[in-house]
Design a binder for this molecule. Structure first.
Ligand code: ZN
Length: 538
């Protein structure tokens, strides 16, 4: 296998991709290098910017320099890192058809020494009709099959593109069919327009349609995803490689990339970055420079920002904070917020692939975090894997102690002391956002590694209360004693618990205390319990 996954978070992963020129780590950003004009020489990209891989265009090289014998792409670009070559698919998208034979392009990429190469696909494009889109899927598949004999013995990593554009069922079909073919890397074509027009929610649907139908153990390349503000999103959806010329194209228009979005140089009074360019010059100095000089320096800044954001994403994966990074980046633009919200609709897929334990605790900000894998997982485990102790016929629900893990807190210890003699009680806590937390589970990740922002939003309160009611519904208790505090959440919990107990014919007793863990309140609880059990048993 050429790809090994070493760490994961959400659908994102850190991987090691073995190429004929050595191993590169993913997520991997490939700057697009025009073989004929380069604002930043590729050798500098490697030595100063840490770009261990780049992508250039085999079609352009073939058209301009194809007659030269002994043409070698690393020598041509003066670059020792990993070189990926694109085949001209993008030119098809922009200029219509290209004058190239698909198999010739495959042979050509082998001849010039590409490390990663793409077959000549037919990108679907954005405004393609269904018929056209279907044809691009079929034709790309046919070409991918035709190329198999040529690539079978080669040590190049071959990319099999998935098409379909915004016809999601076609994307699914394309991904399923392409995954039957032995390509080393799969790629999603044509999101360029989506990116330019900020249609990030559509991008989420497109990527997920492809991702969920491709083998997880192969890398996924997202073509043309070059803006650092979408790296976290792309990686969270399981994209491992992205390429783009944005760093250079934006520089040409005096645009300054940041992980939160794009700024126009004219609007900048300050340079919010600490790359070598932004340390050496201020915004006025950049503005006053000659165009070509300014363009080169902006391209350098833009490339630094892209590389730094890849590092930020990797660090987030390794500590288990990709969700938080995604959340932070989603505030860069409303379209990104929409995309983040759209991604929460894929919460089951996110939960399925996320690791069960991470170093970092959870930060809970608002109800969009209810889609986090950790919260989904608690819910699923409580439903399918957890049964209360057999002797416990009555559930005693109490507000969660302030200290975590609950089972080690002094509140818990004191509460237990007041429950001595009531063997039929099963004590559980209710805690936002999880709902019910049995004390014996309170040390499992992430139940005691969560920080919750207050005050809770209404959706979080409703979820917590409904989850609590769901627990009562699912488990075989005869009755429920709710020992509640006096906040809005407590009142909502009481309402939901009463409703579910009424509908199930279970008994419910409620005792309210403004400070549930004070000594006086706990003594009152004990008296309350004595009364209940006197009646209950008689
Ligand atoms: Zn900078």
């Amino acid at each position: 296998m050429s790809f090994e996954i070493v760490d994961r978070d959400l659908l994102g992963r850190i991987g090691r991709l073995r190429t004929r020129r050595g191993v590169v780590e993913t997520p991997l950003f490939l700057p697009v290098v025009n073989p004929l004009t380069q604002p930043i020489p590729p050798r500098r990209m490697l030595e100063e910017f840490g770009c261990k891989a780049l992508i250039t265009n085999a079609y352009i090289i073939k058209r301009r320099l194809g007659d030269q014998p002994d043409l070698e792409v690393h020598r041509l670009l003066d670059y020792d890192g990993v070189i990926a070559t694109d085949s001209g698919g993008y030119q098809i998208l922009v200029y219509g058809d290209v004058k190239a034979d698909p198999l010739e392009i495959v042979e050509f990429q082998k001849r010039i020494g590409s490390d990663i190469a793409v077959i000549l696909d037919i990108p679907t494009g954005w405004e393609a009709s269904r018929e056209r889109a279907e044809w691009t899927v079929r034709e790309t598949l046919r070409r991918a099959e035709d190329a198999l004999p040529l690539i079978a013995e080669s040590d190049v990593l071959w990319v099999g593109p998935v098409q379909g554009g915004n016809h999601l069922d076609l994307v699914e079909w394309s991904a399923k069919s392409m995954s039957q073919l032995p390509y080393d890397i799969y790629a999603l074509g044509s999101p360029t327009k989506v990116m330019e027009q900020y249609l990030f929610s559509t991008l989420v649907d497109m990527v997920m349609a492809a991702k969920l139908n491709l083998p997880v153990n192969r890398p996924l390349h997202l073509f043309g995803a070059g803006h650092p503000m979408i790296f976290a999103l792309a990686v969270a959806m399981g994209c491992d490689i992205f390429d783009s010329a944005a760093y250079a194209l934006y520089a040409r228009e005096d645009r300054y990339l940041t992980p939160r979005g794009t700024m126009k140089l004219d609007e900048l009074r300050y340079l919010p970055c600490s790359c070598p360019i932004c340390r050496r010059y201020d915004a006025d100095e950049l503005r006053e420079m000659l165009k070509f000089e300014r363009e080169r320096l902006l391209a350098e800044h833009n490339l630094y920002v892209c590389m730094a954001e890849v590092e930020a994403v990797k660090q987030a994966i390794s500590e288990g904070g990709l969700w938080e990074l995604l959340e932070a980046r989603s505030r860069g633009h409303p379209a990104l917020t929409s995309a983040f919200r759209r991604l929460t609709e894929y919460r089951e897929a996110l939960e399925r692939w996320s690791p069960t334990h991470k170093l970092k605790g959870l930060f809970y900000f608002d109800h969009y975090d209810l889609s986090r894998p950790e919260i989904m997982r608690h819910r699923r485990r409580l439903t399918t894997n957890y049964s209360p102790p057999r002797r416990a016929s009555i559930l005693l629900l109490a507000p969660a102690p302030r200290e975590k893990p609950y089972i080690r807190s002094s509140d818990y210890r004191r509460l237990r002391e007041h429950l001595i003699g009531f063997e039929e009680l099963h004590l559980c806590f209710y805690a936002p956002p999880f709902g019910v937390v049995p004390p014996e589970l309170s040390e499992t990740y992430p139940l005691s590694q969560i920080e919750v922002a207050e005050p809770l939003d209404p959706e979080t309160m409703r979820w917590t209360a409904e989850e609590t009611a769901r627990y009562i519904e699912e488990k075989p208790y005869e009755g429920v004693i709710l020992y509640r505090g006096s906040t809005d959440l407590d009142s909502l919990i009481e309402r939901c618990c009463r409703e579910i107990c009424d509908s199930l014919g279970k008994r419910i007793w409620v005792l309210e205390a403004s400070t549930p863990y004070s000594e006086a309140s706990l003594r009152r609880l004990r008296e309350f319990l004595k009364d209940i059990f006197k009646d209950h048993k008689s």
